[in-house]
Design a protein. Structure first.
Lengths: 452, 94
């Protein structure tokens, strides 16, 4: 028998602490859509997505109604288009992005991810075409997200691709400058990209994934912060224990929703991504949660230690709650999407270098960070290279989603609206790394013995 | 997901006034929903009622019971929610 206390606690989580299911993401393999013509492949892609995901939104809404659990987004992830489109011989993949966009609109989902390429060791011809198509693809669509995996612990870092992505990010910013470079908010580069991630912009369905699968991403930094408010002044062991308990409960909601969605849609359940994903709403912030540890402002000394502990405790609580945990799983630290991060960056307490350190111990990486429009492509590649090195050499996922905003500099800010939020432009070290970036080639994979 | 019991938690939170329980109970009986358990407290003038109900053949997601409860909540100036009990079992029991 559930007690009144437990019922009220649950209700508070949803009503006051912003607990929600961030996304139900349906992964759809497009492997069998490949053909020798662009038109035929696009037609197959559109038909298959609509066939599989046609009732995804309706099912999501029914589950939400049954349990009174907000489900914010319904999304689709697909096989990387560089693989699906390879046999067409096309020189521009924008039509594929437009097809994904049209299919997303027809299904009523919020995003479709998978305009992607996996180039950690090198380019296929198709990968090259895809990457060169990214700026136009993102500028001419609304729902499409793009990602490129540039590095992995097993292969090392493809520095040619790191160099090229600096240029592609700049070009994407330029083509979407009327919207404050919004295209860059839908483009992410990875080291060790997970193949089952339900979160955007990095969702795609990896080659090792099934035909169709349901992955669920949860949220809930507000719930954890609220739980920590109850143990103020207590030792850190108590803090870890409290986070684990909160993470357990959050993950169980995700598991319930995922299992039910899987059954109703007749699609296997893949994983729960137990990430603490913030939103710009007050009370839904990872930065404020870190401050609850006892930090005056996020970004000050102690932030990395607190984040490391938070990330670990979330995983420990979550893996107890669901046997199938995957995706990115951990605490997200996007700047624009987190009210506390925005405040910390605006006050000067949180700097890009500190964010880089924080990415060593949390999931993902330098996320939704606006930088001056005059930041060079080589400098962006340099930032990417550093972040790829952290992921590759520490055997973890890292990512970069930077937004060089044309015409804006430090002191300005950009407003993206909705879940993407707003971001103060952050200062970037301007000393050149161009000669390093322009060397190209590969950084070899790290050695796995002699770890220190 | 087929659970063994088709029950739900209905909660009513808001400022206390005459007839809240009566009106919610009437609405439920009109819709053939049986009340298994009910508890109520008033804390700082905030009225909190929690009901455990047997939904029988009702499916919350496919019926208009949620809309009817919401409408009654608006009329009474309180917040009424209905949630399947599986949610609470999942979150609070291993």
């Amino acid at each position: 028998m559930i007690t009144d206390f437990e019922i009220l606690e649950t209700m508070k989580m949803f009503n006051e602490q912003h607990l929600d299911i961030r996304t139900i993401t349906m992964g759809i393999s497009l492997m069998d859509c490949a053909s020798s013509s662009v038109d035929e492949t696009c037609k197959r892609i559109y038909d298959k997505i609509c066939r599989y995901a046609g009732n995804l939104v309706e099912v999501g809404e029914k589950i939400s109604k049954k349990y009174g659990v907000p489900i914010i987004h319904k999304r689709i992830s697909v096989t990387p288009i560089s693989i699906v489109a390879a046999s067409c011989g096309a020189t521009d993949y924008t039509p594929f992005a437009k097809t994904l966009d049209k299919a997303a609109m027809a299904c009523g989902v919020n995003f479709v991810g998978g305009f992607s390429a996996l180039v950690q060791k090198g380019y296929t011809n198709s990968d090259k075409v895809l990457i060169e198509s990214i700026p136009e693809a993102l500028a001419s669509t609304s729902y499409v997200c793009s990602s490129v995996n540039l590095a992995s612990t097993r292969t090392g870092i493809n520095m040619d691709a790191v160099r090229d992505m600096g240029r592609i990010i700049k070009k994407t910013a330029e083509l979407t400058k009327d919207n404050d470079a919004l295209g860059c908010a839908k483009l992410v580069v990875f080291a060790n990209a997970p193949e089952d991630n339900p979160f955007m912009a990095g969702a795609f369905l990896g080659p090792g994934e099934p035909e169709c699968v349901i992955n669920v991403g949860i949220s809930g930094p507000g719930v954890v912060k609220h739980a920590l408010e109850e143990v103020r002044g207590r030792d850190l062991g108590t803090v870890a224990e409290t986070i684990k308990k909160a993470a357990f409960k959050i993950t169980r909601v995700g598991e319930l929703v995922a299992r039910e969605a899987s059954e109703r849609l007749g699609v296997p359940f893949g994983i729960i991504d137990l990430s603490l994903a913030p939103t710009p709403a007050v009370g839904d912030s990872v930065a404020r949660l870190l401050e609850e540890f006892g930090l005056e402002t996020c970004g000050t000394w102690g932030t990395t230690a607190a984040l490391a502990m938070l990330n670990d405790a979330v995983k420990k609580g979550g893996t107890m709650a669901s046997s199938f945990v995957g995706g990115l799983s951990g605490a997200f630290i996007p700047v624009s999407e987190d009210e506390g991060m925005i405040a910390a960056a605006a006050s000067g307490s949180l700097k890009l270098e500190k964010l880089e350190a924080m990415t060593c111990v949390c999931s993902v990486g330098l996320d939704m960070i606006a930088v001056p429009g005059d930041t060079t492509a080589e400098t962006i590649s340099g930032i990417i290279a550093d972040e790829m090195a952290l992921g590759t050499f520490n055997n973890k996922t890292t990512a970069v989603r930077l937004i060089p905003v044309p015409g804006k500099g430090v002191g300005d800010s950009v407003e993206f609206g909705g879940l993407l939020g707003m971001a103060p432009i952050m200062d970037v070290n301007k000393a050149s790394c161009a000669d390093f970036i322009n060397r190209g080639g590969r950084i070899p994979a790290p050695i796995h013995s002699m770890r220190n | 997901m087929k659970s063994e019991k088709n029950t739900a938690v209905i909660s009513v939170i808001g400022k206390d006034k005459v007839g809240i329980i009566a009106k919610v109970s009437t609405l439920l009986s009109e819709n053939n929903i049986n009340i298994n358990d009910i508890s109520q407290t008033i804390l700082d003038d905030i009225f909190t009622m929690i009901m455990l109900v047997d939904l029988k053949d009702h499916e919350i997601e496919n019926s208009d019971i949620k809309d009817k409860l919401n409408a009654l909540g608006d009329e009474l100036g309180v917040i009424i929610t209905i949630q399947h009990t599986d949610l609470f079992d999942k979150m609070h029991r291993i």
